[in-house]
Ligand binder design. Structure first.
Ligand code: ZN
Length: 319
């Protein structure tokens, strides 16, 4: 929410921009209304949102970003499975919609306090990430960038989601860092132990070695320390320019970003498992020739299996 909420993808007239901002303002107003069947938040839940806003603000300040705008509790919807699925999706159990500035969590899925906390934190880090939008001439508004997740909604035929997987990994890295830095506070305020908090982010921990491989190689190639590289990657979620991405190409060769963009880009299932395992192996492979061959195999595999359909139907809205 810092440098972002700009429009990209084509030139806009002032009138168009004003119109889109007005529409977003209108949706944002609606987004703070409770859904039918939504329960009022408990005091504990209100406290969670307050603490999460504080922790995100502190994390951003530690990266040099000082203009975090706290999420209003009314835009964080804690819903039963029934309401969540009716309003959003059967798929992921929590969601953030950039244009509406709305976060929602399926609390039947997040059935412990710590997983509820982890899910709200996760979605509000998405919210804190840099946001860019695209408005088509026929007045459809979609997001073009959220953190590292780049989309090209202006290329109708081959609209692609790029680096969505990498964005999730960096986000969970940030989430975990916040947990670890504030372990004592979280124990005191909510009784969470570090084991409690590892559970909800366990799924993504599979990808932690990938991030570590990339950080090690980039550190080796650039002369930056590993902790500086981690910070630069984390910062990239919140900034327009991400200079550290060039270092990935420098460390691994020009096709490395293409390979990285395929991470988690297939629908969940066996094929994604295989592709992601190969990508993890690619970034851990030191021998350039072996890596380049694997990179081509990954590219071919992706082209044969991908589906250009936008799975995330909720991300597009009509003005
Ligand atoms: Zn996410």
């Amino acid at each position: 929410m810092n440098e972002g909420r700009e429009f990209v993808g084509r030139k806009y007239s002032q009138e168009e921009e004003d119109g889109m901002r007005a529409a977003m303002g209108e949706w944002a107003k609606q987004a703070s209304e409770p859904f039918e069947g939504e329960q009022q938040k408990t005091e504990e839940e209100m406290h969670m949102i307050e603490v999460i806003n504080d922790l995100i603000r502190e994390e951003l300040v530690s990266l040099g970003i000082t203009d975090y705008a706290a999420a209003e509790p009314a835009r964080v919807h804690l819903l039963s499975a029934e309401v969540f699925q009716r309003e959003f999706t059967n798929g992921p159990h929590a969601i953030f919609l950039p244009a509406e500035d709305l976060a929602a969590v399926n609390c039947d899925n997040a059935d412990t306090d710590q997983s509820k906390f982890a899910d709200i934190l996760h979605e509000l880090i998405h919210r804190a990430s840099l946001q860019l939008f695209y408005g088509s001439k026929d007045k459809r508004l979609s997001y073009a960038r959220l953190g590292y997740h780049f989309r090209t909604p202006w290329k109708q035929e081959n609209e692609r989601d790029v680096l969505q997987g990498f964005n999730e990994i960096l986000l969970v890295h940030t989430q975990r860092k916040i947990f670890m830095k504030n372990a004592e506070l979280l124990r005191r305020e909510f009784g969470f132990t570090s084991d409690d908090l590892d559970g909800p982010i366990y799924n993504y921990m599979r990808y932690a070695p990938l991030l570590q491989s990339i950080v090690t190689s980039v550190s080796g190639a650039s002369g930056m320390s590993e902790s500086e590289v981690f910070d630069e990657f984390e910062l990239g979620q919140f900034r327009l320019k991400i200079p550290i991405m060039k270092e990935i190409a420098r460390a691994y060769g020009g096709k490395a970003l293409r390979t990285l963009s395929y991470l988690m880009a297939l629908p969940e299932g066996e094929e994604r498992e295989k592709l992601d395992s190969d990508i993890i192996r690619y970034f851990a492979t030191e021998d350039r020739a072996t890596r380049d061959i694997l990179g081509e195999e990954i590219h071919e595999y992706f082209l044969t299996h991908h589906n250009i359909q936008d799975e995330n139907g909720n991300s597009t809205n009509t003005v």
